[in-house]
Design a protein around this ligand. Structure first.
Ligand code: PMV
Length: 328
């Protein structure tokens, strides 16, 4: 049996702007997806989910249908996984059935990268199961095919951070570099009860940019300035500056229409309770916010988010990216 683990993520800066080749910073979290894979003695690929955050689902497809592309490309939970298998099978013939079990403790559809982590762990498990010599870029490339089907026009930042872990600075056309710094301050994640589709939010922003390029070009430029300043603030551990930059970044996200009443409530609650700064993380429109705190105000900030109806997730920034193991 093969086991692959892939982490959730937070985008610290640059969501949406990164889709149009601007800079972003993302960090891996200690929440994970686990994919277990083993060959079976049927002609079917079987995928099962069993998790607190994914409704228990079960699907199977015959190898013949899979390799001839006879599966539903509609955007349901399994189509991106079938696409990954289909593309894989073009280079590596699939001759035996496979059982996949997907488990996760990442909240779904709130901007913490649950789908990218699933595609990364699934791709890693698949590559390892076939004993093919692979590197981390092979995992990102395979996982990104699933991400493209799920999200339309993804920047690639989600599968990249989930594969490589740590804190990364990312630009679509140039790839990424990791920041060596340990991130010592707590980041509290507040989750609104509104779920949304990343693809819809991305399209909404791209349409606004088409309508008002003269204005939005400047906002995209400002994003890159914020990110460059944020890299300095992370390196010099200047958390007051980092908090200010998060607040400014949130203002930009608000101005491009991805905030809403629930998000603003959580953000102002966190700031008023003493957070250095707070902003949307991920696509917005609901989903999650992050608040940068001091060790001594974790409780106040958490309670403030709870008091306006948000849920609080305690998670840490983690160095781990994807990990894959095999046992007998
Ligand atoms: O799917 P989410 O909520 O983690 O958002 C991903 C970040 C976006 O910039 C909105 C989209 C992308 O592909 O970069």
């Amino acid at each position: 049996m093969v086991f692959a683990f892939a982490p959730a993520k937070v985008i610290l800066f640059g969501e949406h702007f990164v889709v149009e080749d601007r800079l972003a910073i993302a960090a891996a979290l200690d929440l994970k997806v686990i994919v277990k894979a083993s060959f079976n003695d049927t002609n079917y690929i079987k995928i099962q989910t069993a998790s607190q955050n994914i409704a228990s689902l079960n699907i199977k497809i015959s190898i013949d249908n899979l390799i001839s592309g006879k599966f539903d490309y509609a955007n349901n939970f399994f189509s991106p996984l079938f696409l990954i298998l289909y593309n894989f099978s073009k280079s590596y013939p699939i001759k035996y059935g496979i059982d996949f079990l997907i488990e996760s403790n990442i909240p779904i559809g709130v901007g913490l990268g649950s789908s990218a982590a699933t595609f990364v762990a699934f791709s890693a498990a698949l590559l390892k199961l076939f004993n093919y010599k692979f590197n981390l870029n092979d995992i990102v490339n395979l996982a990104s095919q699933g991400e493209s089907l799920a999200h339309g026009k993804p920047s690639g930042i989600d599968p990249t951070i989930s594969t490589f872990g740590r804190i990364i600075v990312y630009r679509r056309s140039q790839g990424f570099h990791s920041l060596e710094e340990e991130f010592s301050k707590p980041i509290i994640i507040g989750i609104s009860n509104v779920t949304r589709s990343t693809a819809e939010m991305v399209n909404k922003v791209l349409n606004l940019k088409k309508k008002h390029p003269y204005i939005l070009d400047l906002l995209y430029e400002t994003n890159d300035r914020i990110v460059n300043e944020a890299i300095d603030a992370i390196k010099s551990k200047n958390f007051i500056k980092l908090g200010d930059l998060m607040n400014i970044a949130h203002g930009l996200l608000s101005s491009i229409g991805v905030s809403n009443f629930h998000i603003e409530n959580m953000i102002y609650a966190a700031r008023n309770a003493g957070a250095y700064g707070a902003k949307i993380t991920g696509a917005g429109g609901g989903g999650a916010i992050i608040a940068l705190c001091d060790e001594n105000n974790i409780e106040d900030v958490s309670n403030a988010i709870l008091s306006v109806g948000g849920k609080v997730i305690h998670s840490k920034i983690s160095n781990s990216g994807v990990e894959v193991y095999e046992d007998e």
